[in-house]
Structure formats: C-alpha cells, structure tokens
Design a protein around this ligand. Structure first.
Ligand code: PMP
Length: 404
C-alpha cells in the first residue's frame, strides 16, 4: 500500500491542530473522506441534481440510473444475491430501528425473545427495548468473559423456542473484539433463528460476504466506510424482507394509494419512503470503489500490523489497563492509564493534535459490566501510520508525566 499516495487523497489529514499536524485516531466514530467522495457529491449537485424515480426528464433519469448503479456497487461489495436486498437508510441506527419495528411487527408476539450481547452499541439495544414496550418482547443478553469475548456456551443456553432473532455486533466499537459470527449464525440457524449482523465497525476493515456468511440481515453506515454522512445500508435476505411490513409511509414505497386501501411497492422501494438521499448514495458507491481499489485484504493486513504495533507500545506504558484482550481484534483499542480520567487524557492529547475518543462510546451497559465510566479509545484506519502511533505513545507519556 502506498500510504503517502493514500494520505494525499485525504486533505484533512494535513490539518494543523494547535501547531501540530493532526493525528486522527477516531476512525471508529467516523472516517475521513477521500477527495473522490467529496468531489462526487459536488459533481452530482452541479450536474445531475433531480429527484430520482419520479421524472421522465433527462436529469431525473440520469440521477436514478446513478443511484440504482450504486445499489449494485453495495450489492457487490457485500456479495448479496440481489440488489433489491440492499435497502438505503440514514445509517446503522436507522437500519436497526427499521429492523426492530418491522421485524417485530411481523414475527414477534408478547413474550418472544431477541438475543443481543453485552457489548452492543446503544443502537442495537435501545431499538429493541422500544419494542419491549410496544410489542412486549424480551431482550436476553449474551455475557462476555474477562478478555471481552462473547461466551457462546451461555448464548446456547439463552436460545429457547421463543427466540425470534439474534442481533449481534461483528466488531465491538469499544473492545475491538471480532466476534465469531460464522459460529453464531450456524448455531442460530440450527434452531431456525435468523441473525442480524451490526457491521458498523467491520465492513470497512475486512471482506464481508453475506452469502458465504449466510447472515439474514446486515447493517452499516456510510460515514464509517469513508463515505458520506446520512446514508447507510440494511441488507436483508429477500425471503425475510418480502414478509416484513413497511417501516415508514410516503412516496415511492407504494403500489397504489386509495382511501379504500393502499398497496405497497416491491423491494427495495417498499422500505425507502420519501425522496432518498441519492447524492450520498452515489458518493457511498464511490467510497466503496475507493476501498476496493486499495483492496480489503491489503487494508486488513496493514491495519492488523498497525493495531499490533499500537497495542504492543501501549502495553509498555506503566499503569495502563487495556479493555478487550481477545486474540481476534480489529482497529479499536480502549484503555485507561492509572487514575487519569479518560476525559483529561483525551483533552490533553487533543492539545498535542491527537484525536481520540473518550467516554462510554454509546455502550453504557458494557461500561457498567467493566465497572468503569468510560475509556480512551484509539481506532485505526488504513491512512494511519506507525509514526502517528509513536506520536500517540509520546503524547500519552507526556500526560502521564503531567499527572506525576
Ligand atoms: N453500531 C456500532 C457497532 C457502532 O460503532 C455505531 C457507531 N458508533 C453504531 C452502531 C451506530 O452508527 P450510526 O451512528 O452511524 O448510526
């Protein structure tokens, strides 16, 4: 990988922060955008702006074609069988809310159970909790061990005749653990239970093949895969999506509307009410093609090496506690040093130009489990370098020295 060339595609990485060149290590929160993505958005508004699916005129058809070609780009990126299995949403959060609303309405009755895990993002907790109130479903939670790994034996015990879905993150946004989703899917399918994979922290780091995985649903956000904000994906197997009712009502999701009764459109439009965010959909396809051109296998081996280096260097710091010590990790390292508050660490690193995340990372139940309020989180992307990791380590050591 030609890192200098790659970095030159991301002008923001040359930003000066308090006199230092930015070290951006908050990629788990959002990734930076390559020029081609930003330029694509500008190009669409300057050359191709028109509402999609609605016009017979030239611009509308051109915009529609580009948006539908982008659906195929997403289909190929995750190797879905059909492009109609790709639903565009606002992001992971909306994708899971769509799932919770629509799946529960169709398949759950009072007392039915959904299994999630102790390491889920709030999006994959609260969306289902809302259905506890609306539908009377119950949430069951797979516990984690001291390394921050899912306890699959415990998961097996949670499965019952009332289990309707297992909804699980692929990679923890706090611990960095890569969960054994292949095994989870196999266990679930042996009980005829579908599985939803939250790929918000994985789809930008490794090859995901939904057909090979055989997952029933998969969700991710555009802004975490070097694409724009405000766009995301819900992939679902056609057999499930066809049975599920629409999430929102409005234009495009209908077949025919009458006051006597309304029929709904086919997939994927049944789930895409209203004018879609087509400029960002098209720019998302640019981002995915950008990743593909570098190559996910090269990205993975480069990032894994950087993660290992960062992890090794952090481990040498006296008094450091790393949360999540599984052998199978990806991109993310969460830590605390001595009694230094995560917020103080984050603020002081920022003054040195180093951007990290601090806090509970939208995973308060996990924080409770770990017995802490928050962590400092470093999350790596393919444009990061060993030199940047060295700056992080030097920065942390300076903060430690300040606190004596
Ligand atoms: N799930 C996971 C694992 C995440 O890391 C995030 C974002 N931090 C989300 C869901 C929510 O994503 P978004 O805010 O883009 O909808």
């Amino acid at each position: 990988m030609d890192i200098d060339k790659i970095r030159s595609d991301f002008p923001i990485l040359s930003t000066t922060v308090y006199g230092n060149t930015l070290v951006y290590l908050d990629n788990g929160a959002t990734t930076q955008k390559p020029k081609c993505v930003v330029e694509e958005i500008e190009k669409i508004y300057y050359t191709t702006n028109a509402n999609v699916h609605r016009g017979v005129h030239y611009l509308s058809q051109k915009a529609t074609d580009l948006a539908e070609e982008s659906r195929v780009v997403v289909q190929q990126y995750i190797n879905a069988e059909h492009s109609r299995e790709v639903i565009f949403t606002k992001g992971t959060t909306e994708s899971i809310n769509l799932m919770a609303h629509s799946f529960c309405r169709q398949f759950c009755k009072e007392g039915d159970e959904i299994i999630i895990s102790a390491m889920e993002h709030h999006a994959n907790i609260v969306s289902w909790q809302l259905q506890e109130t609306i539908k009377g479903i119950k949430l069951k939670v797979i516990p984690i061990n001291e390394k921050g790994e899912l306890m699959l034996d415990e998961m097996k015990k949670l499965i019952s005749s009332k289990t309707r879905l297992i909804s699980i993150t692929h990679v923890s946004n706090v611990l960095g653990t890569v969960n054994p989703i292949e095994e989870i899917i196999e266990i679930a399918h042996n009980h005829d239970i579908p599985v939803l994979i939250d790929a918000a922290q994985s789809v930008q780091h490794m090859v995901i093949d939904v057909q090979k995985l055989d997952c029933d649903f998969l969700v991710f956000s555009g802004h975490k895969v070097y694409g724009p904000n405000g766009v995301g994906v819900l992939y679902g197997k056609e057999k499930w999506l066809n049975q599920m009712p629409p999430y929102q009502g409005g234009g495009e999701m209908i077949g025919h509307v009458s006051f006597k009764g309304t029929t709904f459109n086919e997939l994927p439009f049944k789930f895409e009410a209203g004018t879609p965010n087509y400029p960002d959909v098209i720019a998302l396809a640019k981002a995915l093609n950008y990743i593909k051109n570098i190559g996910l296998d090269s990205i993975k081996s480069y990032e894994d090496e950087l993660l290992q280096y960062c992890s090794d260097e952090l481990s040498k710091i006296e008094g450091i506690r790393i949360f999540g010590t599984s052998e199978k990790k990806c991109s993310v390292i969460s830590f605390l040093v001595g009694n230094i508050h995560h917020y103080d660490m984050g603020m002081l690193l920022d003054k040195m130009g180093i951007a990290v995340r601090t806090g509970h990372h939208c995973a308060q139940p996990l924080m409770e489990e770990l017995g802490i309020e928050g962590t400092v989180r470093v999350s790596i992307a393919f444009y990061n370098t060993k030199k940047e990791v060295d700056r992080l380590i030097t920065g942390i050591k300076r903060v430690v020295a300040m606190f004596g």
